[in-house]
Design a protein around this ligand. Structure first.
Ligand code: NIG
Ligand code: FE
Length: 419
């Protein structure tokens, strides 16, 4: 068992604690519950006490020699960041597509010509489990150094039973062997594999009749995601896949209205999805439907920037009452980044979230998008001790000094893993 940790004299300790349970909307997204001159005691992997340094001194001064003491003067403390949408486990890389896009090719042009998701699918099928494990582990290390302590991870580069399961197994192993927690999502419906071109419904049959039951049987995923987009899966096909998954206990998520408005936001509300992702082109009706059903908008401003698209209407979504989370979308094509701090910056710059809302979107609401809010996403007694100490004195500077990694140290389940 590791030593207790006492972080004290933090200039700001942003706890994100709130009376409000479940995904936060509107003004609740700005409830940061800040403690000045803050102090937190971590022991046995959980938060044992939290308050001002004066308050904790009364209780813990007699145990000072037992603990690792962290003097956090002039520093900010927040919950570990949570990335609720990644495609982290894959083989190969696609830097040549970056150059193709700079020369004018679009994301969909490249995919339709057999590149994009199809290219990564080929490389992921060819790679051994060990190779994917090693590549993915490096990306997880990078997430950690950027203050991320939990991620969601999707399959979706196998597009056949064998390789979808290979990706999910890599994530299952990393969940045990790496400090980051990975919450797995099955995304066999990420693209129609080239061998099913012209036989799209047969691929949907394969997902519904064979892949989903196998994934559920082996308990390899908690969520089921579909790329509902013109030229990929129609809303009808998406609905079939999401309902089939739901019947097996997999909660729906949807890549919706990214490239064209296609009714994805509306479908998310209809099938009871926990979240809808991207939403660059979501309609006003779709946004209203999501607000009504409490579907979380998982917004990916780094992807929009990388594809040189206008970002999702994050400000309008919050004002309409949609709970908003943000994520890197870490993947080899449209967003090869592991930097949640950059995503927080971009949420402010390109979607007009306030620094407070952006932090909520990367912590508490992100936890809700992967159904983990009972354990993580805020600093409260009894919750997992996933904590970041930042080299800035307040949360506003974290958002304002952009494109820089301000992480000082990171604790995962009370153990120092960075710094
Ligand atoms: O969320 N939009 C679809 N899927 C991923 C991209 C995957 C890739 O290009 O490899 C996304 O952006
Ligand atoms: Fe994605």
């Amino acid at each position: 068992m590791s030593k207790p940790v006492w972080i004290k004299h933090a200039s700001q300790l942003v706890t994100m604690a709130s009376e409000h349970k479940g995904p936060r909307t509107k003004v609740a997204m700005s409830e940061l519950s800040i403690i000045e001159d803050g102090s937190i005691w971590l022991e046995n992997g959980v938060i044992q006490a939290i308050g001002t340094t004066e308050e904790l001194k009364k209780r813990y001064n007699n145990r000072i020699t037992e603990a690792e003491i962290i003097e956090a003067v002039g520093k900010l403390v927040t919950p570990g960041l949570i990335d609720p949408h990644t495609h982290v486990a894959y083989g190969g890389s696609r830097e040549h597509e970056f150059e193709m896009r700079l020369e004018g090719a679009t994301y969909m042009d490249i995919m339709n010509a057999g590149g994009g998701i199809h290219a990564t699918s080929r490389m992921t099928r060819e790679a051994t489990e060990e190779e994917i494990f090693d590549q993915t582990e490096k990306r997880l290390n990078s997430f950690l150094t950027h203050g991320v302590t939990t991620i969601e991870g999707k399959s979706g580069y196998g597009l056949n039973m064998e390789t979808e399961l290979k990706q999910l197994r890599v994530m299952q192993r990393l969940q045990i062997e790496h400090p980051i927690d990975i919450v797995p999502t099955f995304m066999g419906a990420h693209a129609v594999p080239v061998e099913f071109k012209g036989k799209e419904d047969q691929y949907v049959d394969l997902i519904v009749n064979e892949m989903l039951p196998q994934v559920a049987e082996e308990k390899l995923a908690q969520f089921n995601d579909v790329f509902c987009e013109v030229g990929v899966f129609t809303p009808e096909q998406s609905k079939r896949i999401l309902v089939a998954g739901r019947n097996l206990g997999l909660t729906p998520k949807i890549h919706a209205d990214e490239i064209e408005p296609y009714g994805g936001a509306e479908l998310a509300a209809e099938v009871g999805a926990i979240s809808a992702e991207h939403l660059l082109k979501a309609s006003d009706t779709g946004i209203a439907a999501m607000a009504k059903k409490g579907v979380i908008a998982c917004l990916l401003p780094a992807t929009a920037l990388y594809l040189r698209e206008t970002a999702a209407r994050g400000r309008a979504m919050i004002d309409a009452g949609v709970p908003v989370a943000i994520s890197t979308d870490c993947n080899p094509g449209s967003s090869p980044t592991t930097s949640m701090p950059l995503v927080m910056n971009l949420a402010c710059i390109s979607m007009k979230l306030t620094p407070a809302e952006s932090l909520c979107a990367a912590t508490y609401n992100a936890a809700c998008a992967i159904k983990m809010e009972d354990k993580i996403g805020s600093l409260e007694i009894g919750k997992q001790a996933d904590i970041v100490l930042w080299n800035v004195p307040n949360y506003q500077q974290l958002q304002y000094l952009f494109g820089v990694n301000h992480v000082n140290s990171v604790w995962k389940k009370g153990v120092k893993v960075v710094g």
